[in-house]
Ligand binder design. Structure first.
Ligand code: FAD
Length: 457
């Protein structure tokens, strides 16, 4: 069946757009779920029947139309850096890779709205925008490889979220969506309806064009300030987050020993043995003043990079932020995994939660936080490192956080509707409208079982 299917697909997208060899199928059937030992055990052996990479919306429409007629499950994949198996095909079928749908289509210099295909890399858009005086509102620490479609479909926020919020906070002006039916029609959605596609794990329609709203670019410089005590690092970071006289794009805090895992930064002399590190992106010319503000908290400036080298050096500080922090920890010691949590932003309350969790975990925890804004409110996002590989202690750790009022978006499940960040009804409405046969990435929403049509595949 897969051989016949490959022939049909080759006729649509050409020889170079179809991958049937075992290696390609294995590579394109996975994402970064290996951050979770629980997901790793569950998802490692899931495979597509073949990989198809269309070059145009017309080709994509023909692929989708055929799949819908035949009841073949379809899973869309950007760069495959999602952490929860979002682009893993649970029921085989076709994985559509968007790597050849990677063009910038249009840019309006006056409004800063850029129209792109879904497979364009975030880094490409950021560079293109900065050359024209604009920048992305936010981007994940995987910005060099991650695609816009994948960030919208599977991401949350990142660098820039302290300034402009997360994906739900005006990142998108509109999305053009392809319905997964035999007719394979396109629709343009705007306003609140775009929430049906944000962090929807590609279950609600295939995004074929996105209008992304940029913000005026700021020349950013980078700085690391180290603190003997994580509590003081948190108190200072909170003050800085609230300080309207300082523009910032990143406030990322890691307690010791996490900074010791950032090898390039250690080699550059940016880390002090035994101390917490706060990684900052600040407006040009502000580092000295911010360092003065950190001094009463015991902060010491250990690393700076000027605005002229922003995104141009051997590394940037965001390479050690967000889930890259976890990646460096796992490289140093594969026994680490992580949780995604939301602490009370006010530092004294957060420190009580942290202290109770230290009592609970002993030396099996190391704290990493990012200050962000969401829906205008200051939030303290935690990507706590926990040194467990078994399901039981991981879920005990989640339960303890919930008792303490620390909300957890569980990164050890592939179920979208288990994630408190999903948009619920608007996602289900979009799924019913644009993916009526549930052929698109089936298995990711617990209440949406495989339809008869897909089951026959
Ligand atoms: P993929 O993993 O390929 O896809 C993600 C989801 O989007 C899938 O469900 C897929 O089906 C869907 N999708 C892709 N394209 C389309 C389309 N055209 N139409 C419909 N659905 C589509 N996330 C953050 O939010 N912030 C971070 O800072 C961050 N840091 C990370 C650091 C590391 C080291 C790693 C491994 C992951 C990190 N992530 C982060 C998670 C992930 O990198 C981001 O969400 C990223 O933007 C995903 O992009 P991608 O192109 O790899 O998407």
């Amino acid at each position: 069946m897969a051989t016949d299917l490959a022939e049909v697909m080759r006729k649509i997208v050409g020889e170079k757009g179809v991958f049937t060899d075992a290696k390609s199928i294995a590579v394109f059937s996975r994402d970064a779920f290996y951050f979770s030992p629980v997901l790793k055990a569950q998802l490692e052996n899931k495979r597509a029947d073949l990989i198809v990479a269309p070059r145009s919306v017309v080709e994509l429409q023909k692929v989708v139309s055929y799949a819908a007629r035949e009841g073949i499950p379809v899973t869309v994949r950007g760069a495959g850096t999602g952490n929860y198996g979002q682009s893993v095909p649970f029921y085989g079928g076709i994985v559509i890779s968007t790597h050849r749908l990677n063009r910038i289509l249009d840019f309006d210099e006056a409004s800063g709205v850029i129209r792109v295909e879904p497979g364009v890399r975030m880094g490409h858009v950021e560079r293109f925008a900065r050359e024209r005086g604009w920048e992305l509102r936010c981007y994940p620490s995987t910005w060099a490889t991650a695609t816009i479609g994948g960030f919208v479909g599977g991401g949350f926020g990142g660098v820039g979220s302290i300034r402009n919020g997360v994906l739900w906070d005006g990142f998108l002006k509109s999305i053009t969506v392809l319905e997964v039916t035999e007719e394979a029609k396109t629709h343009t959605v705007e306003g609140h309806d775009v929430f049906g596609f944000i962090h929807a794990y590609g279950t609600t329609g295939i995004m074929v064009e996105l209008e992304v709203s940029l913000v005026p670019a700021v020349p950013w410089e980078e700085a690391v300030i180290c603190f003997p005590d994580y509590a003081d690092a948190l108190r200072f970071s909170h003050q800085l987050a609230l300080d309207e006289s300082e523009a910032k794009r990143l406030i990322s805090l890691s307690e010791w020993p996490i900074p010791s895992f950032f090898r390039p930064l250690v080699a550059a002399g940016g880390i002090i043995e035994g101390q917490a590190a706060v990684l900052l992106e600040l407006a040009e010319g502000r580092t000295a003043t911010v360092a003065e503000k950190a001094a009463p908290y015991g902060g010491k400036l250990t690393y700076t990079a000027p605005a002229s080298t922003y995104h141009k050096g051997k590394f940037c500080l965001s390479d050690f932020s967000w889930n890259h922090t976890t990646l460096w920890a796992m490289k140093a010691d594969p026994g680490w995994t992580y949780l995604q949590s939301r602490f009370t932003p006010e530092p004294e309350k957060a420190l009580e939660q942290i202290s109770a969790l230290r009592d609970f975990h002993g030396d099996k925890v190391a704290f990493h936080h990012e200050y962000i804004r969401q829906d205008g409110e200051l939030e303290l996002a935690g990507l706590d490192l926990i040194h467990y590989q078994e399901k039981e202690p991981i879920y005990a750790a989640i339960a303890r956080r919930e008792e303490l009022g620390v909300q957890v978006a569980d990164p050890h499940t592939f179920l979208l509707d288990a994630d408190p960040r999903w948009s619920g009804e608007v996602v289900l409405a979009a799924r019913a409208r644009y993916n009526p046969h549930n052929l698109l990435n089936p298995g990711k929403i617990s209440s949406q079982p495989l339809t008869e049509k897909a089951r026959s595949w």
